[in-house]
Design a protein around this ligand. Structure first.
Ligand SMILES: [Zn+2]
Ligand SMILES: [Zn+2]
Length: 339
């Protein structure tokens, strides 16, 4: 069924909550962090944390230079590719299923073990500690494409340079300004209230180290030489981090600028097929802004949403529950609304 069928079903984030319950998916009245934010005060993260996040943007570029044989000129073997793909998928799902849909939007619930696993995997993308990511993201939804949005590409004017400046700002520039990288116990009160998540958050540096060290150790174990360790470090470490980072950043830049708008949301969010493929469904960003709490972002028949497939699988194995869907998903025959 074509997605245009649902255009009249536009709901606000608050409605999504109610409609989620209408679906027969019972949920405790928990804060989503989007519609119940108490105030706008935020606090910047520590200097070290900020430095780390910025280093995480700059550092993986060296992986690309090495892969292009400009720097250390490492070779590529099939095992490196498999490892890179494995790390990309696993840590990427940590962001899309974990950081974004589970933690930032409370699209579903899960047990403490899986919560911790997803939080660790998300941290291994080097996109920042959970409390910081969730705070920035909830502020983004609250002010989408208006003053206060930390990474809107639409606030720098409509001239050629304005558009370019906006896209660059939304992609990576915002992290180098005072607009983002906040963490706040009010914006992310549910995260701060979860002692397991807070523990993962505090150990951020450890997960970053693990994300870089694991590929090296695996490569060394597979090839038996320091060179084979370095190779896998470059491909499954640096290059993998670089590719997923920029795919995620494209959700902020491309998906608020170019693409189809299936829903008349108050922002300029767009649906982008390629970004959706690279980010496991996050590129259906206009759908997401229309139904922020929906666990499913790819609402059309051909809108592939790998994260949603993972959530269905988790639900099947009773690892995910209280899964939220907008009312219109009833007709998508996903089976989730049938209890
Ligand atoms: Zn957005
Ligand atoms: Zn979101």
């Amino acid at each position: 069924m074509d997605i245009s069928t649902y255009q009249t079903d536009f709901v606000t984030s608050a409605d999504t909550l109610r409609i989620g319950n209408d679906l027969g998916v019972t949920a405790a009245p928990i804060k989503t962090g989007i519609e119940v934010l108490p105030d706008d005060r935020v606090q910047g993260v520590s200097f070290l944390s900020k430095l780390l996040t910025l280093a995480a943007v700059v550092l993986p570029v060296f992986g690309i230079l090495s892969a292009a044989k400009i720097l250390w000129g490492t070779d590529l073997h099939l095992t490196d590719l498999y490892a890179a793909a494995g790390f990309y998928v696993l840590t990427g799902l940590g962001i899309t299923v974990g950081y974004h849909r589970l933690f930032a939007h409370r699209s579903f619930e899960t047990g403490p073990l899986l919560r911790v696993a997803l939080a660790i995997l998300g941290a291994m993308t080097l996109q920042g500690p959970l409390t910081q990511w969730v705070t920035d993201h909830r502020i983004h939804h609250l002010h989408s494409d208006k003053d206060g949005d930390p990474h809107s590409p639409n606030l720098a004017g409509n001239s050629f340079f304005g558009i370019l400046k906006g896209i660059l700002h939304a992609h990576v520039g915002w992290m180098f300004t005072e607009k983002g990288l906040h963490r706040n116990s009010k914006y992310a009160s549910d995260i701060y209230g979860d002692k397991y998540l807070l523990a993962v958050d505090r150990l951020y540096l450890f997960w970053v180290t693990l994300s870089l060290a694991l590929p090296f150790v695996m490569g060394y174990a597979a090839g038996g030489t320091l060179g084979s360790g370095l190779e896998m470090f470059v491909w499954a470490g640096l290059v993998r981090i670089f590719l997923f980072q920029h795919s995620t950043f494209a959700v902020n830049s491309i998906c608020h600028k170019f693409g189809r708008r299936n829903y008349q949301t108050k922002d300029n969010s767009r649906n982008q097929f390629v970004v959706a493929l690279l980010t496991f469904g996050e590129g259906w960003h206009n759908n997401h802004h229309a139904f922020p709490r929906s666990a499913r972002h790819g609402l059309g028949k051909f809108q592939i949403d790998f994260s949603w497939i993972m959530i269905i699988a988790m639900k099947k194995f009773k690892l995910a529950y209280n899964v939220y869907l907008p009312k219109s998903s009833r007709v998508l025959n996903s089976g989730l609304h049938k209890r």
